[in-house]
Design a protein around this ligand. Structure first.
Ligand code: ADP
Ligand code: MG
Length: 245
């Protein structure tokens, strides 16, 4: 595939004290690609996500977004960070604001949109995630799957260039997992660039362009899903897959 790199990590290393949590990470995510990151608990998947938009500092290496190096701090960082949408395991919606207000808030504060303009965009996005009828409800009135779809709409409202998902379905009851994965599949079909940490191997097989397998802070394999699942090369990956499949 001819890669038009949107995110590039080169030789990235990160430590928590003495713990070497990201080791010599080289990762390129092309525009429109869906990269699924898997690996055992503690292997550094969440840290990798947070590093991509500099929620975490790094000790060495470079991270570029659309060819622009990520600055370490300040206004330039805030601007670049707004290009990266993040969805976590916990939805973190504001309990005392309506669904509509939750999706509009950052558009008004960060993107400086007028309220009417923000609300209109929010309604479009709520429609897209199948929640148009719930705009005026409060988060507690929604199921976990619906709340996570609101969180996705909220991230999309910033017009991100890339979406990072860190175990977006891990906190959901089983019957709600699919409605969230379906929204993510739809986004992928529309050409959104996505990095997805997940244990949903069905999603990895069907939606990923590449599977990145991490262990002990390093990328051990980075291959198309049919190759990875068909014939994992490393003992670590074989061992991991034997436990979860
Ligand atoms: P994963 O998401 O793959 O489970 P994490 O990126 O959360 O892994 O964690 C990688 C390693 O870094 C683990 O050993 C974890 O205990 C450690 N770690 C994560 N966050 C911190 C932190 N804020 N301070 C110290 N150690 C951390
Ligand atoms: Mg994690």
């Amino acid at each position: 595939m001819a890669v038009d790199p949107l995110i590039e990590l080169r030789d990235v290393n990160k430590y928590y004290g003495k713990l070497h949590v990201l080791r010599d990470i080289d990762l390129t995510v092309g525009r429109g690609e869906v990269v699924v990151v898997i690996g055992p608990s503690g292997s550094g998947k969440s840290t990798l996500c947070r590093t991509i938009n500099r929620l975490e500092s790094i000790e060495s290496g470079t991270i570029t977004l659309s060819g622009t190096p990520l600055p370490a701090e300040g206004r330039a960082l805030a601007q670049l960070r707004a290009e990266v949408g993040m969805v976590f395991q916990s939805f973190n919606l504001f309990a005392h604001k309506t669904v509509l207000a939750n999706v509009s808030l950052a558009q008004i504060k960060v993107r400086k949109r007028r309220k009417e303009q923000a609300d209109q965009r929010s309604r479009e996005l709520l429609e897209r995630v199948g929640l148009a009828a719930h705009a005026d409800k409060y988060p507690a009135q929604l199921s976990g799957g619906q709340q996570q779809r609101v969180a996705i709409a909220r991230a999309l409202a910033m017009d991100p260039k890339v979406m990072l998902f860190d175990e977006p379905t891990s906190a959901l009851d089983p019957e709600m997992i699919n409605e969230v994965l379906e929204v993510m599949r739809q986004l992928a079909r529309e050409g959104m660039t996505m990095v997805v940490v997940t244990h949903e191997m069905g999603f990895a097989r069907s939606a990923a362009n590449r599977v990145v397998f991490m262990a002990d802070g390093a990328i051990v394999e980075d291959r198309p899903p049919e190759e990875f699942f068909g014939a994992p090369r490393s003992e670590r990956a074989k061992d991991f897959l034997s436990k979860i499949l």
